[in-house]
Structures are given as structure tokens and as C-alpha cells.
Design a protein around this ligand. Structure first.
Ligand code: ASP
Ligand code: MG
Length: 321
């Protein structure tokens, strides 16, 4: 049985129409002979709204246990609705909480770590022909209480389940088409990256662009789980995250502005003195006062006054991509 993990982000689950659309994507995969295990986030903004409610009801001193009990409900909401949408489309489905899906964590409420995944229930449901829909972002601790896995934690649920059921791929469907060579809103010429390595995605997060929860990417890297990022609103291929990634050289650029300084990072493989020199020369030719901050084989960072950050980003993108 070829199982896959299909994880939907909150923007893909924002209303019943979008949930039905996501269900249709799952059913297409079924028709291709795959056996999906679905992982869902809370509907768009739901987690923030629940946090705001918690603050209003319980104030700053509210218990972490109750906060997690509340937050986990967002994903449970999505899971039950998704299972209904699948059933409405004629498929057999079953929603599961993190605990029902066998995810055991430590007791660090709000940022729990996964200790074990027992996939017995998932396997049983798959075997009986059902599509399991797992509420992301949550598990259960040794005391039997609900915990959550940190913001963006449904990503961690997805990769942990991928490992536990030996899924051939872990698909992330969101409202973006993949990872781009730079933020398309800042660099109109940015294009979608076909393949990128775990290391590059981790460097990207350290440089200010977290495309998936960092813990989840580290987990995927440690267990060599191939991640596929794509849009739930377009059928085109997205970005694959693997150990090897794509070709050597600069893969993408990231920008982070703090106070008076913007830092533009060139991220790639086997970068060295020649790329650093090329970047500094390009900045100088454009009249941008940049200095090289740090350089490693995977990252070269140039710092400039904040007002010139975006110009430097565009300049370097044109030179390297
Ligand atoms: N709903 C949670 C959050 O917004 C977890 C997730 O979406 O992965 O952080
Ligand atoms: Mg969310």
C-alpha cells in the first residue's frame, strides 16, 4: 500500500467551500491508487482567535494546560469538517485527534516535543479503506492531557506521521505555489524553485524566511523524509525538499530588516569567496554601501542601511538567479 501524507494549511481550510476543494484533491490522489493520510491545520486565523479568547477569559496567568486544550480544538474542528466533506463526496473517512492518532509528547505545554508515534490506529483505519484525517499540532502527554506542538506545529505532525507509517512523500498544500528564489512581492522576477535541500531551507529560516516550521524541517532532515510544497488552488508542480536539493550555486535570497539594518542573504550550496566578491561588486556598482557580514558554504550575508535593503535584494537577485 503506497501511503502518502497530505497536509493542508489553514488558508486551504478557511471555509466549507475550500474544505470541499481540499477533499477533492485527496480523492484525486485516491483515484491514482495512493492511500492518503490527511493532516489539517486549524482554519485560517482560528488559532489566533482562540488565543485572543483565552487571554480575555483567563488573562495572562491562565494555565498552559487549559490553553493547549483550547488551541487543539482549532485543528479538531478542521479534521471533523474535512472528514464530513470526504464522506459527502462518497469516500469513507474518519477524523482523529493527535492522541487518537497515537502521538505521545512530553509535557511542555505550548511547545511540546513528540516522544513516540504509535501508528496502530492509523494503520487499522487505512486497512479498512478509510481516509484518516488527523488534527495537526497536538498530542497527549504521559498524564493523558492534551499538548500542542508550537506555532506551525501541524507541520511536525505531518512529518512525524510520515515517518511512522513510512509514507513515500509528505505533501504540504497551502496558498503558495512553492518556495521562490526571493519573496515575489519584493522581487517580481522571482521564480519557483524546483528542488531545494533541507539545509538550504533551514538556512532560509535562520535568515528570516520560515517556509515550514523549523522543527518539522529538522525532523524531516533527520529522517530523510521528502517534502513537497504546492498550492491547493493550482495543479502545477511545487517545490521538493530533499537531502541533495538542486544544483550548486545560489538557490535563493532572503531579506531581514531589524532596526536600521537590512540583511540580504544569498543561500545555496558550495558558496565561497568568489560569490562573496561578486555580490560586493554588484552592490558597489549599484551604489549600495554593503558590507559582507558572515559567510559560510551555505550562506553569504550582506548588511546595508535598512532603506536600501530591497534595492540590494533586487540587484543581487538579478545577478545570481
Ligand atoms: N494552528 C496552529 C498555528 O496556527 C498550528 C498550525 O497551523 O500548524 O500555529
Ligand atoms: Mg495555523
Amino acid at each position: 500500500m503506497k501511503t502518502i501524507i497530505v497536509k493542508f494549511g489553514g488558508s486551504s481550510l478557511a471555509d466549507p467551500g475550500k474544505i470541499r476543494r481540499a477533499a477533492a484533491i485527496i480523492l484525486t490522489q485516491r483515484r491514482r491508487g495512493l492511500h492518503p493520510v490527511v493532516v489539517v491545520s486549524a482554519p485560517a486565523n482560528a488559532t489566533d482567535e482562540l488565543l485572543a479568547l483565552a487571554a480575555r477569559a483567563g488573562g495572562k496567568k491562565r494555565s498552559a494546560r487549559e490553553t493547549d486544550a483550547l488551541l487543539a480544538a482549532g485543528e479538531q474542528f478542521s479534521a471533523a469538517l474535512m472528514a464530513m466533506a470526504l464522506e459527502g463526496a462518497g469516500a469513507a473517512a474518519v477524523s482523529l485527534t493527535g492522541a487518537q492518532a497515537g502521538i505521545t509528547t512530553n509535557s511542555r505545554y505550548g511547545d511540546a516535543g513528540i516522544k513516540r508515534v504509535n501508528p496502530a490506529r492509523l494503520k487499522k483505519e487505512l486497512k479498512s479503506g478509510k481516509i484518516p484525517v488527523v488534527a495537526g499540532f497536538q498530542g497527549i502527554n504521559a498524564a493523558g492531557d492534551i499538548t500542542t506542538l508550537g506555532r506551525g506545529g501541524s507541520d511536525l505532525t505531518a512529518v512525524a506521521l510520515a515517518r511512522a507509517i513510512n509514507a513515500s512523500v509528505c505533501d504540504f498544500l497551502t496558498d503558495v505555489k512553492g518556495i521562490y528564489t526571493a519573496h515575489p512581492a519584493l522581487v517580481p522576477d522571482a521564480r519557483k524553485i524546483h528542488k531545494i535541500s533541507y539545509a538550504e531551507v533551514i538556512t532560509l529560516a535562520h535568515s528570516g524566511t520560515e517556509v515550514r516550521q523549523l522543527r518539522a524541517v529538522r525532523y524531516a532532515a533527520a529522517h530523510n523524509i521528502t517534502l513537497q510544497l504546492r498550492s491547493s488552488f493550482h495543479s502545477e508542480a511545487g517545490t521538493l525538499i530533499t537531502a541533495a536539493g538542486g544544483t550548486a550555486g545560489v538557490t535563493c535570497l532572503s531579506i531581514q530588516t531589524k532596526g536600521q539594518t537590512a540583511r540580504v542573504a544569498l543561500i545555496g550550496r558550495e558558496l565561497g569567496a568568489s560569490e562573496k566578491q561578486k555580490a560586493l561588486t554588484a552592490a558597489r556598482n549599484a551604489g549600495i554601501p554593503a558590507r559582507a557580514e558572515k559567510a559560510g558554504r551555505g550562506c553569504i550575508t550582506l548588511a546595508v542601511p535598512a532603506a536600501q535593503g530591497e534595492t540590494l535584494l533586487k540587484t543581487l537577485h538579478a545577478v545570481f538567479i
